[in-house]
Design a protein around this ligand. Structure first.
Ligand code: PMP
Length: 398
Protein backbone atom coordinates (compact mmCIF):
# COMPACT_ATOMS: atom_id res chain seq x y z
CA UNK A 1 0.00 0.00 0.00
CA UNK A 2 1.55 3.27 -1.07
CA UNK A 3 2.31 5.48 1.97
CA UNK A 4 1.56 8.60 -0.05
CA UNK A 5 -1.70 7.70 -1.71
CA UNK A 6 -3.17 4.77 0.20
CA UNK A 7 -3.58 3.05 -3.17
CA UNK A 8 -3.01 -0.68 -3.27
CA UNK A 9 0.20 -1.44 -5.09
CA UNK A 10 1.27 -4.66 -3.34
CA UNK A 11 0.28 -8.12 -4.50
CA UNK A 12 -0.48 -10.04 -1.30
CA UNK A 13 -3.37 -9.39 1.06
CA UNK A 14 -1.24 -10.41 4.04
CA UNK A 15 0.65 -7.13 3.65
CA UNK A 16 -2.54 -5.07 3.93
CA UNK A 17 -3.33 -3.46 7.30
CA UNK A 18 -6.84 -3.75 8.91
CA UNK A 19 -7.96 -6.36 6.36
CA UNK A 20 -7.86 -3.71 3.68
CA UNK A 21 -10.70 -1.43 4.81
CA UNK A 22 -8.61 1.74 4.63
CA UNK A 23 -7.16 0.87 1.26
CA UNK A 24 -8.14 2.62 -1.95
CA UNK A 25 -9.10 0.07 -4.60
CA UNK A 26 -8.22 1.62 -7.92
CA UNK A 27 -10.16 -0.04 -10.75
CA UNK A 28 -10.30 3.05 -12.94
CA UNK A 29 -7.74 1.95 -15.54
CA UNK A 30 -7.87 -1.30 -17.46
CA UNK A 31 -4.33 -2.23 -16.41
CA UNK A 32 -4.12 -5.93 -17.32
CA UNK A 33 -2.02 -7.16 -14.39
CA UNK A 34 -4.23 -10.23 -13.88
CA UNK A 35 -2.15 -12.13 -16.45
CA UNK A 36 1.10 -11.50 -14.60
CA UNK A 37 0.92 -14.87 -12.79
CA UNK A 38 0.69 -16.84 -16.04
CA UNK A 39 3.78 -15.14 -17.41
CA UNK A 40 5.64 -15.45 -14.11
CA UNK A 41 5.13 -19.23 -14.27
CA UNK A 42 6.88 -19.28 -17.64
CA UNK A 43 10.08 -18.11 -15.94
CA UNK A 44 13.26 -17.83 -17.99
CA UNK A 45 11.55 -19.29 -21.07
CA UNK A 46 10.20 -15.84 -21.93
CA UNK A 47 13.36 -13.85 -21.30
CA UNK A 48 14.50 -11.75 -24.25
CA UNK A 49 18.18 -10.93 -24.46
CA UNK A 50 19.41 -8.05 -26.61
CA UNK A 51 23.05 -7.25 -27.27
CA UNK A 52 24.34 -3.70 -27.41
CA UNK A 53 24.86 -3.82 -31.17
CA UNK A 54 21.40 -5.15 -32.03
CA UNK A 55 18.34 -3.24 -33.31
CA UNK A 56 20.30 -0.07 -33.91
CA UNK A 57 18.87 0.90 -37.28
CA UNK A 58 15.58 2.78 -37.71
CA UNK A 59 14.69 0.36 -40.50
CA UNK A 60 13.23 -3.15 -40.30
CA UNK A 61 12.06 -4.09 -43.78
CA UNK A 62 12.34 -1.37 -46.41
CA UNK A 63 10.36 -3.43 -48.94
CA UNK A 64 7.31 -3.46 -46.68
CA UNK A 65 4.68 -0.69 -46.77
CA UNK A 66 5.30 -0.38 -43.03
CA UNK A 67 9.08 -0.15 -43.24
CA UNK A 68 9.65 -0.19 -39.45
CA UNK A 69 7.70 -3.43 -38.94
CA UNK A 70 9.78 -6.40 -37.77
CA UNK A 71 9.17 -9.52 -39.94
CA UNK A 72 9.12 -11.69 -36.80
CA UNK A 73 6.17 -9.71 -35.47
CA UNK A 74 4.27 -10.17 -38.75
CA UNK A 75 4.76 -13.96 -38.55
CA UNK A 76 3.69 -14.07 -34.91
CA UNK A 77 0.58 -11.94 -35.54
CA UNK A 78 -0.52 -13.99 -38.56
CA UNK A 79 0.06 -17.29 -36.79
CA UNK A 80 -1.92 -16.28 -33.71
CA UNK A 81 -4.92 -15.04 -35.72
CA UNK A 82 -4.91 -18.33 -37.60
CA UNK A 83 -4.70 -20.38 -34.39
CA UNK A 84 -7.54 -18.43 -32.73
CA UNK A 85 -9.55 -17.84 -35.91
CA UNK A 86 -10.57 -14.32 -34.85
CA UNK A 87 -9.39 -12.32 -37.88
CA UNK A 88 -8.49 -12.76 -41.52
CA UNK A 89 -4.91 -11.79 -42.29
CA UNK A 90 -4.64 -12.95 -45.90
CA UNK A 91 -4.27 -10.04 -48.27
CA UNK A 92 -3.88 -7.52 -45.41
CA UNK A 93 -1.12 -5.07 -44.65
CA UNK A 94 0.11 -5.16 -41.09
CA UNK A 95 0.93 -1.76 -39.55
CA UNK A 96 2.55 -1.71 -36.11
CA UNK A 97 1.94 1.06 -33.60
CA UNK A 98 3.01 2.14 -30.14
CA UNK A 99 -0.09 0.53 -28.69
CA UNK A 100 -3.29 0.52 -30.67
CA UNK A 101 -3.84 4.06 -29.33
CA UNK A 102 -1.29 5.34 -31.84
CA UNK A 103 -2.94 3.29 -34.57
CA UNK A 104 -6.28 4.95 -33.84
CA UNK A 105 -4.73 8.31 -34.52
CA UNK A 106 -2.89 6.99 -37.55
CA UNK A 107 -6.15 5.62 -38.97
CA UNK A 108 -7.97 8.93 -38.40
CA UNK A 109 -5.11 10.71 -40.14
CA UNK A 110 -5.25 8.27 -43.05
CA UNK A 111 -9.01 8.46 -43.48
CA UNK A 112 -9.64 12.19 -43.17
CA UNK A 113 -8.99 14.01 -46.44
CA UNK A 114 -6.56 16.95 -46.08
CA UNK A 115 -8.57 19.18 -48.39
CA UNK A 116 -12.09 18.62 -47.01
CA UNK A 117 -14.17 21.82 -46.80
CA UNK A 118 -15.06 21.07 -43.19
CA UNK A 119 -13.78 18.77 -40.42
CA UNK A 120 -14.68 15.12 -40.81
CA UNK A 121 -16.99 13.80 -38.08
CA UNK A 122 -15.77 10.89 -35.98
CA UNK A 123 -18.64 9.02 -34.33
CA UNK A 124 -19.13 5.97 -32.15
CA UNK A 125 -22.25 4.44 -30.63
CA UNK A 126 -22.60 5.35 -26.93
CA UNK A 127 -21.44 4.11 -24.53
CA UNK A 128 -18.13 4.42 -26.37
CA UNK A 129 -14.45 3.99 -25.57
CA UNK A 130 -13.37 7.47 -24.62
CA UNK A 131 -9.61 7.54 -25.09
CA UNK A 132 -9.95 7.15 -28.82
CA UNK A 133 -12.14 10.23 -29.02
CA UNK A 134 -10.18 12.31 -26.56
CA UNK A 135 -8.13 14.15 -29.12
CA UNK A 136 -11.13 14.81 -31.26
CA UNK A 137 -13.65 16.00 -28.73
CA UNK A 138 -12.90 19.67 -29.31
CA UNK A 139 -12.90 21.36 -32.70
CA UNK A 140 -9.92 23.48 -31.84
CA UNK A 141 -7.28 20.81 -31.26
CA UNK A 142 -3.79 22.23 -31.57
CA UNK A 143 -0.98 19.98 -32.73
CA UNK A 144 2.62 21.10 -32.57
CA UNK A 145 3.74 21.44 -36.15
CA UNK A 146 6.83 19.32 -36.68
CA UNK A 147 5.77 18.85 -40.24
CA UNK A 148 2.92 20.50 -42.16
CA UNK A 149 1.35 17.10 -42.77
CA UNK A 150 0.65 16.62 -39.08
CA UNK A 151 -1.74 19.53 -39.12
CA UNK A 152 -4.03 17.62 -41.43
CA UNK A 153 -5.34 15.57 -38.55
CA UNK A 154 -7.20 18.67 -37.44
CA UNK A 155 -9.65 17.88 -40.18
CA UNK A 156 -11.60 15.64 -37.76
CA UNK A 157 -14.01 16.51 -34.98
CA UNK A 158 -15.99 14.51 -32.49
CA UNK A 159 -19.37 13.89 -34.08
CA UNK A 160 -20.94 12.27 -31.00
CA UNK A 161 -23.15 9.23 -30.65
CA UNK A 162 -23.26 7.24 -33.91
CA UNK A 163 -26.87 6.29 -33.16
CA UNK A 164 -27.87 9.93 -33.52
CA UNK A 165 -25.64 10.94 -36.39
CA UNK A 166 -27.69 11.47 -39.54
CA UNK A 167 -25.90 14.15 -41.52
CA UNK A 168 -25.56 13.52 -45.21
CA UNK A 169 -21.77 13.87 -45.23
CA UNK A 170 -18.75 11.58 -44.90
CA UNK A 171 -17.91 10.38 -41.40
CA UNK A 172 -15.66 7.90 -39.62
CA UNK A 173 -17.29 5.42 -37.28
CA UNK A 174 -15.31 3.69 -34.55
CA UNK A 175 -16.72 0.26 -33.80
CA UNK A 176 -15.29 -1.31 -30.65
CA UNK A 177 -16.35 -4.94 -30.34
CA UNK A 178 -16.56 -6.36 -27.74
CA UNK A 179 -17.21 -2.87 -26.51
CA UNK A 180 -15.34 -0.91 -23.89
CA UNK A 181 -17.03 -0.05 -21.47
CA UNK A 182 -20.04 -2.40 -21.54
CA UNK A 183 -18.70 -5.59 -23.17
CA UNK A 184 -21.40 -5.89 -25.82
CA UNK A 185 -20.80 -7.11 -29.36
CA UNK A 186 -21.17 -4.13 -31.67
CA UNK A 187 -21.89 -3.53 -35.33
CA UNK A 188 -21.67 -0.24 -37.20
CA UNK A 189 -24.85 1.80 -36.65
CA UNK A 190 -24.22 5.00 -38.63
CA UNK A 191 -27.02 5.80 -41.05
CA UNK A 192 -26.20 6.54 -44.65
CA UNK A 193 -23.57 5.16 -46.95
CA UNK A 194 -20.83 7.71 -46.34
CA UNK A 195 -19.30 6.09 -43.28
CA UNK A 196 -15.76 4.75 -43.16
CA UNK A 197 -15.27 2.18 -40.44
CA UNK A 198 -12.44 1.49 -37.99
CA UNK A 199 -12.96 -1.74 -36.05
CA UNK A 200 -11.24 -1.85 -32.68
CA UNK A 201 -11.04 -5.56 -31.83
CA UNK A 202 -8.80 -5.21 -28.76
CA UNK A 203 -11.10 -7.58 -26.82
CA UNK A 204 -11.98 -10.03 -29.59
CA UNK A 205 -10.08 -12.84 -27.87
CA UNK A 206 -11.45 -16.08 -26.37
CA UNK A 207 -11.01 -15.12 -22.70
CA UNK A 208 -13.51 -12.27 -23.16
CA UNK A 209 -16.00 -13.46 -25.74
CA UNK A 210 -16.94 -16.51 -27.78
CA UNK A 211 -15.14 -16.28 -31.13
CA UNK A 212 -17.86 -16.59 -33.77
CA UNK A 213 -16.21 -15.72 -37.07
CA UNK A 214 -12.87 -14.56 -38.37
CA UNK A 215 -13.33 -10.78 -38.55
CA UNK A 216 -13.03 -9.44 -42.06
CA UNK A 217 -13.16 -5.63 -41.94
CA UNK A 218 -11.20 -2.95 -43.79
CA UNK A 219 -9.25 -1.68 -40.77
CA UNK A 220 -8.95 -3.87 -37.67
CA UNK A 221 -6.99 -2.86 -34.58
CA UNK A 222 -5.47 -5.25 -32.02
CA UNK A 223 -3.09 -4.86 -29.11
CA UNK A 224 -0.92 -7.03 -26.86
CA UNK A 225 -2.22 -4.92 -23.95
CA UNK A 226 -5.53 -6.79 -23.82
CA UNK A 227 -4.75 -10.03 -25.66
CA UNK A 228 -1.76 -11.17 -23.58
CA UNK A 229 -1.69 -8.47 -20.90
CA UNK A 230 1.57 -6.82 -21.98
CA UNK A 231 0.35 -3.22 -21.87
CA UNK A 232 3.81 -1.94 -20.91
CA UNK A 233 5.32 -3.32 -24.10
CA UNK A 234 3.18 -0.77 -25.98
CA UNK A 235 2.62 -2.79 -29.15
CA UNK A 236 -0.53 -2.77 -31.24
CA UNK A 237 -1.13 -3.82 -34.83
CA UNK A 238 -3.58 -2.92 -37.54
CA UNK A 239 -4.74 -5.28 -40.30
CA UNK A 240 -5.48 -3.03 -43.24
CA UNK A 241 -7.04 -4.03 -46.55
CA UNK A 242 -6.19 -0.97 -48.61
CA UNK A 243 -2.51 -0.37 -49.42
CA UNK A 244 -2.92 3.42 -49.63
CA UNK A 245 -4.54 3.57 -46.19
CA UNK A 246 -1.74 1.39 -44.76
CA UNK A 247 0.80 3.74 -46.37
CA UNK A 248 -0.80 6.83 -44.87
CA UNK A 249 -1.00 5.20 -41.44
CA UNK A 250 2.70 4.41 -41.76
CA UNK A 251 3.38 8.04 -42.69
CA UNK A 252 1.56 9.23 -39.58
CA UNK A 253 3.70 7.02 -37.34
CA UNK A 254 6.81 8.11 -39.24
CA UNK A 255 6.02 11.76 -38.52
CA UNK A 256 4.90 11.02 -34.98
CA UNK A 257 7.61 8.70 -33.60
CA UNK A 258 9.78 7.68 -36.62
CA UNK A 259 8.69 4.07 -36.24
CA UNK A 260 8.03 1.79 -33.27
CA UNK A 261 10.55 0.32 -30.82
CA UNK A 262 12.16 -2.78 -32.32
CA UNK A 263 12.97 -4.15 -28.88
CA UNK A 264 9.27 -4.01 -28.03
CA UNK A 265 8.24 -5.53 -31.35
CA UNK A 266 10.57 -8.49 -30.87
CA UNK A 267 9.41 -8.99 -27.30
CA UNK A 268 5.78 -8.87 -28.49
CA UNK A 269 6.62 -11.39 -31.25
CA UNK A 270 8.10 -13.77 -28.69
CA UNK A 271 5.03 -13.44 -26.45
CA UNK A 272 2.55 -13.99 -29.30
CA UNK A 273 4.51 -17.04 -30.48
CA UNK A 274 4.46 -18.41 -26.93
CA UNK A 275 0.66 -17.99 -26.82
CA UNK A 276 0.32 -19.87 -30.15
CA UNK A 277 2.72 -22.57 -28.90
CA UNK A 278 0.68 -22.96 -25.71
CA UNK A 279 -2.48 -23.48 -27.82
CA UNK A 280 -0.71 -26.06 -30.01
CA UNK A 281 0.53 -27.96 -26.96
CA UNK A 282 -2.92 -27.91 -25.37
CA UNK A 283 -4.37 -29.25 -28.64
CA UNK A 284 -1.88 -32.08 -28.51
CA UNK A 285 -3.36 -32.92 -25.09
CA UNK A 286 -0.11 -32.36 -23.24
CA UNK A 287 -0.50 -31.38 -19.61
CA UNK A 288 0.26 -27.74 -20.41
CA UNK A 289 -2.58 -25.26 -20.11
CA UNK A 290 -2.89 -22.80 -22.99
CA UNK A 291 -2.81 -19.09 -22.28
CA UNK A 292 -6.43 -18.78 -23.36
CA UNK A 293 -7.54 -21.68 -21.14
CA UNK A 294 -5.84 -20.01 -18.21
CA UNK A 295 -7.21 -16.55 -18.94
CA UNK A 296 -10.73 -17.78 -19.78
CA UNK A 297 -11.00 -19.74 -16.50
CA UNK A 298 -9.66 -16.78 -14.57
CA UNK A 299 -12.12 -14.34 -16.15
CA UNK A 300 -15.05 -16.75 -15.73
CA UNK A 301 -14.20 -17.15 -12.04
CA UNK A 302 -13.98 -13.38 -11.55
CA UNK A 303 -17.32 -12.76 -13.22
CA UNK A 304 -18.90 -15.46 -11.05
CA UNK A 305 -17.49 -13.81 -7.91
CA UNK A 306 -18.59 -10.35 -9.03
CA UNK A 307 -22.14 -11.47 -9.83
CA UNK A 308 -22.35 -13.17 -6.42
CA UNK A 309 -21.17 -9.97 -4.73
CA UNK A 310 -23.65 -7.81 -6.66
CA UNK A 311 -26.51 -10.23 -5.95
CA UNK A 312 -25.95 -9.80 -2.21
CA UNK A 313 -27.06 -6.15 -2.45
CA UNK A 314 -30.07 -4.33 -3.88
CA UNK A 315 -27.88 -1.40 -4.86
CA UNK A 316 -26.27 -2.48 -8.10
CA UNK A 317 -26.95 -4.36 -11.29
CA UNK A 318 -24.81 -5.76 -14.10
CA UNK A 319 -25.54 -6.43 -17.77
CA UNK A 320 -26.42 -9.99 -18.71
CA UNK A 321 -25.19 -11.67 -21.88
CA UNK A 322 -26.62 -14.49 -23.93
CA UNK A 323 -24.43 -17.53 -24.51
CA UNK A 324 -22.83 -18.62 -27.76
CA UNK A 325 -20.40 -21.37 -28.71
CA UNK A 326 -16.82 -20.33 -29.24
CA UNK A 327 -15.32 -21.73 -32.45
CA UNK A 328 -11.86 -21.65 -30.86
CA UNK A 329 -12.48 -23.42 -27.54
CA UNK A 330 -15.77 -25.20 -28.20
CA UNK A 331 -17.06 -23.73 -24.92
CA UNK A 332 -20.52 -22.21 -24.71
CA UNK A 333 -20.54 -19.03 -22.63
CA UNK A 334 -21.72 -15.42 -22.43
CA UNK A 335 -19.37 -12.43 -22.64
CA UNK A 336 -16.77 -12.09 -19.90
CA UNK A 337 -15.85 -8.44 -20.46
CA UNK A 338 -12.61 -6.86 -19.35
CA UNK A 339 -14.76 -4.19 -17.66
CA UNK A 340 -17.90 -4.47 -15.55
CA UNK A 341 -20.47 -1.83 -16.53
CA UNK A 342 -22.09 -1.44 -13.13
CA UNK A 343 -25.37 0.39 -12.64
CA UNK A 344 -26.35 2.00 -9.36
CA UNK A 345 -30.05 1.31 -8.84
CA UNK A 346 -32.18 4.05 -7.28
CA UNK A 347 -32.91 7.69 -8.01
CA UNK A 348 -30.25 9.35 -10.15
CA UNK A 349 -27.27 8.04 -8.21
CA UNK A 350 -23.85 9.09 -9.49
CA UNK A 351 -22.28 5.63 -9.34
CA UNK A 352 -18.65 6.75 -9.71
CA UNK A 353 -18.93 9.27 -6.81
CA UNK A 354 -20.87 6.79 -4.70
CA UNK A 355 -18.20 4.12 -4.99
CA UNK A 356 -15.45 6.68 -4.53
CA UNK A 357 -16.86 7.46 -1.07
CA UNK A 358 -16.20 3.80 -0.31
CA UNK A 359 -12.66 4.10 -1.63
CA UNK A 360 -13.37 2.25 -4.86
CA UNK A 361 -12.12 4.24 -7.85
CA UNK A 362 -13.91 3.58 -11.14
CA UNK A 363 -14.68 5.57 -14.32
CA UNK A 364 -18.17 7.04 -14.51
CA UNK A 365 -20.64 6.85 -17.38
CA UNK A 366 -20.12 10.47 -18.46
CA UNK A 367 -16.65 9.55 -19.76
CA UNK A 368 -18.30 7.21 -22.26
CA UNK A 369 -21.17 9.40 -23.45
CA UNK A 370 -23.54 7.62 -21.01
CA UNK A 371 -25.50 8.27 -17.81
CA UNK A 372 -23.73 8.81 -14.48
CA UNK A 373 -25.86 5.97 -13.07
CA UNK A 374 -23.28 3.71 -14.70
CA UNK A 375 -19.65 3.26 -13.94
CA UNK A 376 -16.90 1.17 -15.53
CA UNK A 377 -14.87 -1.16 -13.35
CA UNK A 378 -11.70 -2.90 -14.47
CA UNK A 379 -11.83 -6.70 -14.20
CA UNK A 380 -8.13 -6.99 -15.05
CA UNK A 381 -6.44 -6.11 -11.75
CA UNK A 382 -4.30 -8.41 -9.62
CA UNK A 383 -6.10 -11.09 -7.56
CA UNK A 384 -5.53 -9.32 -4.23
CA UNK A 385 -7.21 -6.13 -5.41
CA UNK A 386 -10.08 -7.95 -7.09
CA UNK A 387 -10.68 -9.96 -3.91
CA UNK A 388 -10.81 -6.81 -1.77
CA UNK A 389 -13.25 -5.29 -4.25
CA UNK A 390 -15.66 -8.24 -4.19
CA UNK A 391 -15.53 -8.24 -0.40
CA UNK A 392 -16.12 -4.51 -0.05
CA UNK A 393 -18.96 -4.24 -2.57
CA UNK A 394 -21.60 -6.26 -0.68
CA UNK A 395 -20.55 -4.56 2.59
CA UNK A 396 -21.78 -1.21 1.23
CA UNK A 397 -25.23 -0.83 2.71
CA UNK A 398 -26.61 2.33 1.08
N1 PMP B 1 -8.87 0.00 -27.66
C1 PMP B 1 -9.58 -0.32 -26.58
C2 PMP B 1 -11.01 -0.73 -26.76
C3 PMP B 1 -9.02 -0.27 -25.32
O1 PMP B 1 -9.75 -0.56 -24.24
C4 PMP B 1 -7.67 0.13 -25.18
C5 PMP B 1 -6.98 0.22 -23.85
N2 PMP B 1 -7.76 0.58 -22.80
C6 PMP B 1 -6.98 0.47 -26.34
C7 PMP B 1 -7.60 0.39 -27.56
C8 PMP B 1 -5.57 0.97 -26.30
O2 PMP B 1 -4.68 0.00 -26.04
P1 PMP B 1 -3.12 0.18 -26.17
O3 PMP B 1 -2.81 1.57 -26.61
O4 PMP B 1 -2.57 -0.13 -24.82
O5 PMP B 1 -2.72 -0.81 -27.19
Amino acid sequence: VSKNTGVLVSTTTSEIPDGGESVVINLDHGDPTMYERFWRQKGEEMTVVTSGWQHISYFSDVKNVCWFLEPQLVSAVKRLHKVVGNAITEGRHVVVGTGSSQLYQAALFALSPPDAPQPMNVVSAAPFYSLALHFHREDNIEFVSIDDRLLEIRATQMGGDANEFNKDEPYIELVTSPNNPDGTTKQAVGKGDKGILIHDLAYYWPQYTPIITAADYDIMLFTVSKSTGHAGTRIGWALVKDREVAKKMTTFIEINTIGVSKDSQLRAAKILQAVSDSCDRANQKEAAESFFDYSYKHMAERWKKLREAVNKTQLFSLPSFSTETCSFSGRTFGQLPAFAWLKCEGEAVDCESFLRKHKIYTRGGKHFGASTEYTRISMLSRDSEFKLFTERLPAIMS
